[in-house]
Design a protein around this ligand. Structure first.
Ligand SMILES: Nc1ncnc2c1ncn2[C@@H]1O[C@H](COP(=O)(O)OP(=O)(O)O)[C@@H](O)[C@H]1O
Ligand SMILES: [Mg+2]
Length: 262
């Protein structure tokens, strides 16, 4: 469903250029949840942004669903609809002067989708918010409720791919668990293909089957989730990430309060 091959993302800087991602290669199968983990500044968000066309690919190829990156301009609206993204900061990602209803209606209008009222109510119910939330503004919502709205906005156009950039990092621990459980349910119900970026390996282990470990713009290791759970990692850097986040021990998962279906 997603194929990224030798992707390099280059930004212009005052002194020349900077490669935020270098030679990254990975694939994600249909219905799979793929994790990307790494310390801050390692290029995780840049990979997701490149996949949605928000960051410039200097070289390499990306293919999501039926659309190769070169055809993206042509695929246009269909491509943008197929691949949706949820950002870290639920305070910054919703328009402060839009009601929930307006926020959810906008992507429907852009994509020319009908039966909007019905879809808006259904989307709210799907993320665990009642129809009464429709006419609230972001400042009338908690962080977790905002992130549910952001997830509803992404899903309302029925994408095949959902990109999640640290979707729970800005939330309180107890709220994190609710959102992670919601994402797991949505993945199962919709057979979505997902990429989840996190710096927390317990979060990755809860949702993902495989994970790429990034450092300084490069993928330094790719692991099955069993290896993370068993803490069998070759790379010293990955081991340090495991230690930093409490590894993938039951304790770490329970601390977040996720459904421990392991
Ligand atoms: N638009 C940009 N221009 C220049 N540098 C950027 C830009 N966006 C990101 N970077 C740099 O690219 C690197 C990777 O950033 P990012 O992908 O956001 O890391 P992460 O999500 O892993 O924390 C950082 O050093 C960041 O400063
Ligand atoms: Mg980031």
């Amino acid at each position: 469903m997603i194929e990224v091959s030798a992707l390099t993302v280059r930004f212009k800087t005052k002194t020349g250029y900077f490669d935020a991602v270098r030679d990254a290669t990975f694939h994600v199968g249909e219905g799979e949840v793929f994790g990307i983990v790494g310390e801050s500044g390692s290029g995780k968000s840049t990979i997701l942004r490149a996949l949605t066309g928000l960051a410039p690919a200097a070289s390499g190829t990306m293919k999501t669903g039926a659309h190769a990156s070169a055809e993206k301009a042509k695929a246009g609206r269909a491509f943008r609809r197929d691949v949706q993204m949820v950002f870290q900061d639920p305070y910054g990602s919703l328009h402060p002067r839009f009601t929930v209803d307006q926020t959810l209606r906008e992507p429907l209008a852009i994509n020319g989708i009908d039966r909007q009222d019905e879809r808006i109510v259904a989307a709210l119910l799907e993320v665990g918010l009642g129809a009464a939330f429709r006419f609230r503004y972001p400042h009338q919502l908690s962080g977790g409720q905002r992130q549910r709205v952001a997830i509803a906005r992404a899903l309302i156009v029925e994408p095949r791919v959902l990109l999640l950039d640290e979707p729970t990092s800005a939330l309180d621990v107890s709220v994190q668990a609710e959102i992670l459980n919601l994402l797991r349910r949505l993945h199962r119900e919709r057979n979505l293909t997902m990429i989840l970026v996190s710096h927390n390996l317990a979060v990755i282990g809860f949702l993902c089957s495989r994970v790429a470990v990034m450092r300084n713009g490069e993928i330094v290791e790719e692991l099955g989730i069993e290896a993370i759970r068993a803490q069998q990692v070759d790379n010293d850097y990955t081991r340090s990430l495991l230690l930093a986040t409490g590894g993938y021990q039951r304790k770490a998962v329970e601390a977040i309060g996720m459904d421990a279906a392991l």
